[in-house]
Design a binder for this molecule. Structure first.
Ligand code: BES
Ligand code: ZN
Length: 908
C-alpha cells in the first residue's frame, strides 16, 4: 500500500507521512494529557541581538568547525548574566565590550544541556545600552543532518568527499553558534566563511568579498552582504563542490540552481520553475522578493524534503534535480511543488515570520496551499487542484478523525514538541482550511488581505490572529470567528443531509456532528464549526447554486427551481473541510452521475473517499463501498484512480490478516483491467502528464494484484532493461520494478540491488529503495532490511526502505517492526529523535490490525521513549485498534460479497 502512494508521487519526508497514514478506529488508548509537557521557558529579554558578525571555519577533514561571534547587542535591563541557546558547542572564550567602555571577560559558562542553553556569567553588572558580545567556540560537523553538518558524496571517480551544510529549522542554529534561537528574535547577519580555495561557499546573501586568507594559503575568506533582519532558523551556509545554472527572473532577481558537479543540466527544470514562480508571487502578493539573489541547492544528505532558508534554499537531490530522460513525471511534479512551496516561504515565513512555533501551521499550511496555486499557474496540464484533494485534504481528514489528533494551533515549548508538529495537521489540514478560507473570501479580497498582512508585518513577526484581522478588514467577513472554529479545536464535522421535494423546491435538512474514525462522536459536548457550505445540482455540477454559512448544529436550506429528477450535491469542488453523509435516497441519485461522469472528477473522488471513511468508522458497510467502487469502471481520471487505488490498498492490508486476501485481488484486477487495457504499455501520440501518471499507477496496481499479463510483460520489459536492449522509460520503472519484485525471487532482488549500485541519479536509487519491500520470501525481506541500514542507502532514505518492507506484505510488516526494535538504538541515534523517527514508527506499525500489537508497541515505547514521536505513537496505537475492530466487523460480509461476485464474473 505504501508503494501505491509512492508510485504516484515522489515523496519528501514530510509528505511521506501524509501519503502513508492509513487506518482508523476507536481509540482505547488514553489521549496525551497536558501534564506530560516538558518544562520550558523562553529566553529572557534583558539582552537582545541587533547584528551577528559571525565567522566560521569548517574543517572537512577533521569534521570540526571553529567560530568567532561578534554580536552587537542591546542590554535592556542591567544584568551580570547572558542566557543564550547553545547545544553541542564548546565555548573557548566569551567577553562583553560595552560601547565606550572596557571589555569584561565572562568567568563562567554554565551549559544547561537539557534546555539547550548556556548562561555566561560576568564579574560585574552589564549596564543598559549597546555593546558587543564576543564568543570564540568550536563544534563538530556532525553526521546527524542538523545544525552545521557534513554531507557525504561520491565524485565521478568514486572518491568519497564531504560538504559542510546547515539545517537549522526548527531549533538547530544553536548547534552552529551560540545565539538567541527563537523566531521572534530577529537580527541582521554579517557572515564570513573561511573555506578551501577550490570550494564553493554560499550563504543567504550575495558575496561581497573573496580574498586569500593570510594565515593559510589553502583558504579563502568569503564575506557575504549584510542580511535584512531575520530569524536564526532561516540562516544557511554551504561549503562544497557544486556546479550551477543561472538565469535572471523577469523581476530582476538572479536565480541559480546548484547541482552536484557535472550535473548542472539537471538543474534546468527547477531553474525554469523558480524563474516563473518569483514574479508570480511578486504579483500575487504585490510585494517584491526582498533579496538580490536566490540560490536553490541540492544537498546529498538531507533530512527534510527542502528548507526555505532566505536566499539559499536547500533541497534533497530528489526534490530539485530532473534529468530529461531518467526522471519520471511524478518527480517533475514533485520538484515543481517543492520549489513553489519553498519560494512562497520567502515572503510568508521569511519576510513575515511566525511569532512562535504555535503558529508554525500558518507558515506550512499557507505554503502547502499556495504551492498548488503556483503549480497550477506554471503547469495547468497537471490538474493539480484535484490532486490536492487526494494528497492533502483526505490525508488531513484521516489523521484529524483520530482521538489523538490535535488542534492546528497548539501550545509548544520544548524542541521535541516543536518537531512533533511538522505533521499532516499543520501541513495538510492547514492548507485545506486556507483553501476553504480563500474560497469563502474570494480571490480578490484574499489577495488584498495577504498584501496588507505582508506589508504591515514585514521584517517582523505575526500570529494567526494577525492574518485573520487583515483578511477580515479586506473582506468584511467574520474571518476570526469562522477560522477559530477550525484552528483552535481539533477535528472537523460530518454533515448529515436529508432531502424532501416540495413542488419546485428541494428542502435540505443538515446537521453537523464531529466526525470520528471510531463512529459517532460520543462525548458530552458536541463541538461545532462555522462551516461554509455550497450546493450544486445536476443542472450545473460545477457551479454552486447556493452558499450558506452553517453556524449551528441543524440547518434547513431551501433550493429553488430543482426538479424532482435532479440530484443535489454538497460541497462542489470539495472545498469545505468536512465529510458528507447523504441519506440513502440522495446517494442513490448521485451514483449514476459517477458512472456517466457528469459529476466532476474531484467530486467523484470525494464521494468515494467519504464513503470509504464512513465504512471504516462503521457508519456504512464496506460492502456498500465496494459496490460504489464498481461504478468507477469507466473512470478516466488519474487522481480519482489514485485515490481508489489507495483505499483498495488499505483494504488489502487489512484483509491480508484473513484468508480472503486473494478474493480482493481478483476484485482489484477486475476493476483495473479495462483501464489497463485501454492505456496499454506505450504512450500514444498526444498523451500528456496525467496519462503517464495513470499508466504507471494502473500497471503497478495490476502487477501487484497478480494480473498475469501485466506480470509477464513486466518481466519481459525488465529483462530487456537489465540486458541493456531496451531501457525502460522512467515512468514505467516503478510499476515494472514493483511487479517483478512482488512475484520475484533472490535473482530478481540481486538484479535490483545491482541496478541500485549502478544508478547515477538519487531519484533512481530512491525508486528502487522504495519497492524492495515488495519481495515476498522471508529471507529476502531480511536482506532488504539489512540493506536499509547499509552504506548503500543514504541515512534519510533508510526510513522509506523499512517503510516499504512494512507496507509490502504482512510478513514484511512483522519483520520491519522487529527490525526497528532490534536496531532501535542505532536508528534513534541516527535521527537524534527528529521528525524522521516519527515517520519510521508510523510506516512500520500503522498497518497492524490486532489489539495485542497495540499493547506491544505501547510497552516498547514506554521503555524506549521517543519524545518527538509521542503523539505519532499514540496515533498508531489508536489506528491499530481501529483496524482490529474494522476487521472483526466487516471481514466476513466483505468475504461473502467477494465470493459471490467471483462466482458470477469472468476472471482476469
Ligand atoms: N520548513 C520546512 C522544512 C522543515 C521540515 C524543517 C521539518 C524542519 C522540519 C519546508 O518548508 C517544508 O515544508 N518542506 C517540505 C516540503 C514541502 C514541499 C512540503 C518537506 O521537507 O517535506
Ligand atoms: Zn514549508
Amino acid at each position: 500500500m505504501l508503494v501505491d502512494r509512492l508510485a504516484a508521487v515522489v515523496l519528501s519526508p514530510v509528505r511521506l507521512l501524509f501519503f502513508a497514514g492509513h487506518f482508523r478506529y476507536r481509540s482505547l488508548v488514553p489521549s496525551r494529557s497536558m501534564t506530560e509537557k516538558r518544562p520550558f521557558e523562553r529566553l529572557p529579554a534583558d539582552v537582545r541581538p541587533l547584528n551577528y558578525g559571525l565567522c566560521l571555519r569548517p574543517d572537512l577533514v577533521d569534521f570540526t568547525f571553529e567560530g568567532k561571534l561578534e554580536a552587537t547587542v542591546e542590554v535592556t535591563q542591567p544584568t551580570s548574566q547572558i542566557v543564550m541557546n547553545c547545544a553541542d558547542i564548546d565555548i573557548i572564550t566569551a567577553s562583553y565590550v560595552p560601547e565606550d567602555n572596557e571589555e569584561v571577560h565572562a568567568t563562567g559558562f554554565n551549559y544547561q544541556n537539557e534546555d539547550e542553553k548556556v548562561t555566561l556569567s560576568f564579574p560585574s553588572v552589564l549596564h543598559s545600552g549597546p555593546g558587543t558580545l564576543k564568543i570564540d567556540f568550536v563544534g563538530e560537523l556532525n553526521d546527524k543532518m542538523k545544525g552545521f553538518y557534513r554531507s557525504k558524496y561520491t565524485t565521478n571517480y568514486s572518491e568519497v568527499r564531504y560538504a559542510a551544510v546547515t539545517q537549522f529549522e526548527a531549533t538547530d542554529a544553536r548547534r552552529a553558534f551560540p545565539c538567541w534561537d527563537e523566531p521572534a528574535i530577529k537580527a541582521t547577519f554579517d557572515i564570513t566563511l573561511l573555506v578551501p580555495k577550490d570550494k564553493v561557499a554560499l550563504s543567504n546573501m550575495n558575496v561581497i568579498e573573496r580574498k586569500p586568507y593570510p594565515e593559510d594559503a589553502n583558504l579563502v575568506e568569503v564575506k557575504f552582504a549584510r542580511s535584512p533582519v531575520m530569524s536564526t532558523y532561516l540562516l544557511a551556509f554551504v561549503v562544497g563542490e557544486y556546479d550551477f545554472v543561472e538565469t535572471k527572473s523577469s523581476d530582476g532577481v538572479i536565480v541559480r540552481v546548484y547541482t552536484p558537479t557535472g550535473k548542472s543540466e539537471q538543474g534546468r527544470f527547477a531553474l525554469e520553475v523558480a524563474a516563473k514562480t518569483l514574479p508570480f508571487y511578486k504579483e500575487y502578493f504585490n510585494v517584491p522578493y526582498p533579496l538580490p539573489k536566490i540560490d536553490l541547492i541540492a544537498i546529498a544528505d538531507f533530512a527534510a524534503g527542502a528548507m526555505e532558508n532566505w536566499g539559499l534554499v536547500t533541497y534533497r537531490e530528489t526534490a530539485l534535480l530532473i534529468d530529461p530522460k531518467n526522471s519520471c513525471s511524478s518527480s517533475r511534479q514533485w520538484v515543481a511543488l517543492v520549489v513553489g512551496h519553498e519560494l512562497a516561504h520567502q515572503w510568508f515565513g521569511n519576510l513575515v515570520t511566525m511569532e512562535w512555533w504555535t503558529h508554525l501551521w500558518l507558515n506550512e499550511g499557507f505554503a502547502s496551499w499556495i504551492e498548488y496555486l503556483c503549480v497550477d499557474y506554471c503547469f495547468p496540464e497537471y490538474d493539480i487542484w484535484t490532486q490536492f484533494v487526494s494528497a492533502d485534504y483526505t490525508r488531513a481528514q484521516e489523521l484529524d478523525a483520530l482521538d489523538n489528533s490535535h488542534p492546528i494551533e497548539v501550545d509548544v515549548g520544548h524542541p521535541s514538541e516543536v518537531d512533533e508538529i511538522f505533521d499532516a495537521i499543520s501541513y495538510s489540514k492547514g492548507a485545506s482550511v486556507i483553501r476553504m478560507l480563500h474560497d469563502y473570501t474570494g480571490d480578490e479580497d484574499f489577495r488584498k488581505g495577504m498584501h496588507d498582512y505582508l506589508i504591515k508585518f514585514e521584517h517582523k513577526n505575526a500570529a494567526t490572529e494577525d492574518l485573520w484581522s487583515c483578511l477580515e478588514h479586506a473582506s468584511g467577513k467574520p474571518i476570526a470567528n469562522v477560522m477559530n472554529t477550525w484552528t483552535k479545536q481539533m477535528g472537523f464535522p460530518l454533515i448529515h443531509v436529508e432531502a424532501e421535494q416540495n413542488n419546485d423546491e428541494r428542502i435540505l435538512t443538515l446537521t453537523q456532528k464531529k466526525f470520528c474514525a471510531s463512529g459517532p462522536y460520543a462525548g458530552k459536548e458536541q463541538p461545532q464549526w462555522m462551516v461554509p457550505i455550497s450546493f450544486c445540482t445536476s443542472e450545473n455540477p460545477t457551479v454552486a447554486k447556493e452558499q450558506v454559512l452553517m453556524d449551528k448544529p441543524k440547518l434547513t436550506v431551501v433550493l429553488k427551481d430543482v426538479q424532482p429528477d435532479q440530484w443535489v450535491k454538497l460541497n462542489p469542488g470539495t472545498v469545505g473541510f468536512f465529510r458528507t453523509q447523504y441519506s440513502y435516497a440522495m446517494l442513490e441519485g448521485l451514483l449514476p452521475a459517477i458512472r456517466d461522469l457528469s459529476l466532476p472528477p474531484v467530486d467523484r473522488l470525494s464521494l468515494q473517499n467519504d464513503l470509504f471513511s464512513l465504512a471504516r468508522a462503521g457508519m456504512t458497510s464496506t460492502v456498500e463501498v465496494l459496490k460504489v467502487m464498481e461504478a468507477f469502471v469507466n473512470e478516466p481520471n488519474y487522481t480519482v484512480w489514485s485515490d481508489l487505488s489507495c483505499n483498495l490498498g488499505i483494504l488489502s492490508t487489512l484483509l491480508a490478516n484473513t484468508d480472503y486476501y486473494e478474493e480482493l485481488q481478483v476484485f482489484i484486477r477486475d476493476l483495473f483491467s479495462p483501464i489497463g487495457q485501454k492505456l496499454g504499455w506505450d504512450p500514444k501520440p498526444g498523451e500528456g502528464h496525467l496519462d503517464a501518471l495513470l499508466r504507471g499507477l494502473v500497471l503497478g496496481k495490476l502487477g501487484k494484484a497478480g494480473h498475469k499479463a501485466t506480470i509477464e510483460e513486466s518481466r519481459r520489459r525488465f529483462k530487456e532493461h537489465v540486458d541493456g536492449k531496451q531501457i525502460l522509460p522512467a515512468d514505467l520503472r516503478s510499476p515494472v520494478y514493483v511487479t517483478v519484485l512482488k512475484h520475484g525471487d533472490n535473482i530478481t532482488l540481486d538484479t535490483m540491488l545491482k541496478l541500485h549500485k549502478l544508478a547515477d541519479m538519487q531519484e533512481e536509487r530512491n525508486r528502487i529503495e522504495r519497492v524492495l519491500g515488495a519481495i515476498a520470501a522471508p529471507e529476502l525481506i531480511q536482506k532488504v532490511l539489512t540493506f536499509a541500514l547499509s552504506e548503500e542507502v543514504r541515512p534519510q532514505d533508510t526510513v522509506s526502505v523499512i517503510g516499504g518492507v512494512a507496507g509490502g506484505s504482512k510478513q514484511g510488516r512483522r519483520a520491519a517492526w522487529k527490525f526497528v526494535k532490534d536496531n532501535w538504538e542505532e536508528l534513534f541515534n541516527r535521527y537524534q529523535g527528529g521528525f524522521l523517527i516519527s515517520r519510521l514508527i508510523k510506516l512500520s506499525v500503522d498497518g497492524f490490525a490486532n489489539d495485542k500489537m497495540a499493547a506491544e508497541i505501547k510497552t516498547f515505547f514506554d521503555s524506549h521513549p521517543a519524545p518527538s514521536a509521542e503523539r505519532t505513537i499514540h496515533q498508531c496505537c489508536e489506528n491499530i485498534l481501529l483496524n482490529s475492530l474494522w476487521l472483526k466487523r466487516d471481514a466476513e460480509p466483505v468475504h461473502q460479497y467477494l465470493q459471490q461476485r467471483t462466482a458470477t464474473t469472468v476472471k482476469v
